[in-house]
Ligand binder design. Sequence first.
Ligand SMILES: Nc1ncnc2c1ncn2[C@@H]1O[C@H](COP(=O)(O)OP(=O)(O)OP(=O)(O)O)[C@@H](O)[C@H]1O
Ligand SMILES: [Mg+2]
Length: 153
Amino acid sequence: MRLSSIVLSDEDATARLGAQLAPGLQTGDIICLEGPLGAGKTTCARGLIKAFCGAREVPSPTFTLVETYQSDNAALWHFDLYRLERPRDVYELGFEDALGDGICLIEWPQRIEGLLPPERLRLVFHIPQGGGRRIDIEGPEIWRQRLAATGLI
Ligand SMILES: Nc1ncnc2c1ncn2[C@@H]1O[C@H](COP(=O)(O)OP(=O)(O)OP(=O)(O)O)[C@@H](O)[C@H]1O
Ligand SMILES: [Mg+2]
């Protein structure tokens, strides 16, 4: 279900969107970042992770496929599955632990489509002709209230 559609005029706006999501997150949450190469998924993840735990450096998991972070009361797993060869390989990255007791932020979730629970929140990035980005926020109804609490909708 489409919960919101947001226009982001520049890179800072994309990072701020991530930062706005961070305070409401809880263990068990899955945030999928979808959209073409260069759409802004890592930019959004960086904003979120910095706000989540104060990390200064947030490397893209392009080659490591996963990076983990810890705040005072939760763990966050940042996956980039673009280079994942087979869906089941995600389990070698600790995916089960991540689902069980962490917050999951997943770039290129399409690589493991069938392995994801339906309650996930999806941020679908688009690159409009005129520049900037548009993000469609999709997810089950339960997320509507939670997003409202962040001021995003
Ligand atoms: N709202 C925006 N308007 C214009 N440019 C943006 C916006 N948000 C991010 N960008 C730019 O898009 C570029 C790519 O960003 P980013 O690396 O986050 O993409 P990505 O979706 O993670 O790509 P990949 O699929 O390769 O991992 C960066 O140069 C960034 O500055
Ligand atoms: Mg990326």
